[in-house]
Design a protein around this ligand. Sequence first.
Ligand SMILES: NC(=O)c1ccc[n+]([C@@H]2O[C@H](COP(=O)([O-])OP(=O)(O)OC[C@H]3O[C@@H](n4cnc5c(N)ncnc54)[C@H](OP(=O)(O)O)[C@@H]3O)[C@@H](O)[C@H]2O)c1
Length: 284
Amino acid sequence: MASPDSRRGRINDGSRVALVTGASGAIGKAIARGIAEHPGYEVVLLCRDETKARHACQEVMQATGNDNVRVELADLARQPSIQAFAGRWQGPLHVLINNAGVTPRRRQETPEGIELQFATNVLGYFWMIQAFTEHLRRSAPARVVNVASYWAGDLDLTDLEFKRRRYTNGEAYRQSKQADRMLTVAFAERLKPYGVSVNACHPGDVHSTLSTNLGFRGSQTPDEAARTPVWLAVSPACHTVTGKYFERMGEVRCPFGENRRAVQELYEICLSFNRLLKKAHLSA
Ligand SMILES: NC(=O)c1ccc[n+]([C@@H]2O[C@H](COP(=O)([O-])OP(=O)(O)OC[C@H]3O[C@@H](n4cnc5c(N)ncnc54)[C@H](OP(=O)(O)O)[C@@H]3O)[C@@H](O)[C@H]2O)c1
């Protein structure tokens, strides 16, 4: 899924580059806007729908007066799409914000046969960090912000795709957000030596496609919800912190990240999907 912007190629002029996934959605667009307001930031909106992406890009540019905003396209539930996108990437990457998410009411699978919430909300984050690790390392100090949630829990390492349990989108969603918080710790440890921090946060509760599917109507504005992720992405105060979980711009203890054995096991399961997908690709 190549985008016109990527085909044109980019020359970075020394500004800091931030990539926001799900930037056509409620919170993602507000995050993109919040970062674009900061002087010296180039912001890349990573979306899957070109029309929505173009509208979001226009809105962000108009609201901030920042012309260094552009669009890229990829399907974050599919590893080949992420790898192709990362392969097209030119120049540095200083901030990666993993924010795209879904919560379909009925269980769905990707064309590769992976349950869609796990593929998008968990493996999508995992694959993005993996695919951009070299870019982030070369651009260090660099930051990854994983948009998670306080509404998290009941992760079952033996049934991550709801093959055995009855699927409800709320349970699958809570599990996926727990996994995001656990993988934050796993990647923080691995990337710390290279000057790349990885933190997770709860944004805020807003009305969106995602919240509607979960059956609630958040009362905060997208800008309010973007405050913590934007702060983690750009604030000098967050320069050295890594492997932590935040709400309302404050660190909150995260029990999910403290279970070292489970964190490691989840990381290895995510890695095993790489091997499975590679094998399927080779035998196709
Ligand atoms: N809303 C809340 O109250 C709330 C609370 C806590 C945490 N969060 C977290 O905040 C994040 C954003 O949520 P939101 O409420 O802003 O949701 P949203 O408005 O529904 O936006 C979700 C975004 O993700 C994109 N997306 C979904 N699947 C994708 C895929 N396979 N490839 C590329 N992009 C994909 C969507 O693109 P399309 O527009 O093309 O579908 C959309 O841009 C999520 O991680 C969510 O868990 C939200």
